[in-house]
Design a protein around this ligand. Structure first.
Ligand code: NDP
Length: 248
């Protein structure tokens, strides 16, 4: 199926590495101007430079998405420079794993702020302008852990579950303005985030995946790209698991 993208501008957070990088590349490949955001300027700049070298339109900006004031400043700057942001993909995320007894307040706060509050910070500044334009796409990268829970990840699972409530509520608030809001719940995807997982644990996870392979960043990027296209205009408030069949 051919996907249609008009002259759009997309903000992709977490675009410096892993899943977000691949999403930025896929969406840029459709002719969309992409703003690549990550914590580290070198990472998002390298991604944007590669996209431009391949003939796409991309810029980079280092923004700490867990910092409400930094997001406000960046969002206002983007609106001034590009006049509108049509697509937001919230992909920036971190883990700070530990069992409840050993989890510090800081482990809790930083994971909630980076994964969940960041979605709210961007939305506060960028979704009303989308509504005025009568077109918008928000895609939030949650996790299967937000659906199932996971021992040792109370902070991360709470943030990822929160993103699902956020997605459905925002979808209801803005559906009448043709702004769609969806979430993707990836399973186990091969990136830096999962590279530290112990071999024995990885073997155990693999056994729980009916399709018997670890997911690739492109598996997620394809789904995100579709949800951002014109063709996905009748889909909102949904959570799509892309996990090789782990959650059925
Ligand atoms: P990576 O660790 O490979 O990349 C994370 C990205 O998020 C990096 O670009 C990083 O920036 C950025 N980031 C982290 N914190 C901040 C911050 N405070 N401000 C701005 N940017 C930030 O992760 P993945 O690609 O694996 O994961 C991407 C998303 O997918 C995450 O939300 C994760 O929770 C989710 N996910 C991942 C799964 C997996 O198996 N990999 C499974 C389910 C969900 P920088 O490059 O500058 O460090």
């Amino acid at each position: 199926m051919q996907m249609t993208f008009k002259d759009r501008c997309a903000l992709i957070t977490g675009a410096g590495r892993g899943i977000g990088k691949r999403i930025a590349e896929f969406i840029a490949n459709e002719g969309v101007t992409v703003i690549c955001v990550s914590r580290n300027d070198a990472n998002c700049s390298a991604v944007a430079d590669n996209i431009v070298a391949a003939g796409g339109k991309a810029v980079a900006k280092a923004v700490d998405v867990s910092d409400a004031a930094a997001v406000e400043k960046a969002a206002k700057g983007f609106l001034e420079e590009y006049s509108r942001i049509d697509i937001i993909v919230n992909c920036a995320g971190i883990t700070r794993d530990g069992l409840l007894l050993r989890m510090s307040n800081d482990d809790w706060d930083s994971v909630l702020r980076t994964n969940l509050s960041s979605c709210f910070y961007w939305a506060r500044h960028l979704v009303h302008p989308m509504a005025r334009n009568r077109w918008g796409r928000v895609v939030n990268i949650s996790s299967v852990v937000g659906l199932m829970g996971n021992a040792g990840q109370i902070n991360y699972a709470s943030a990822k579950a929160g993103m699902i409530g956020f997605t459905k509520s925002l979808a209801k608030e803005f559906a009448s303005r043709s702004v769609t809001v969806n979430a993707i719940a990836p399973g186990y995807i091969e990136t830096d985030m999962t590279s530290g997982i112990d071999d024995r644990v990885a073997e155990h996870i693999l056994k729980a995946i009916p399709l018997r392979r670890i997911g690739q960043t492109a598996d997620i990027a394809r789904m995100v790209t579709y949800l951002c296209s014109e063709e996905a205009n009748y889909i909102t408030g949904q959570v799509f698991t892309v996990d090789g069949g782990m959650v059925m």
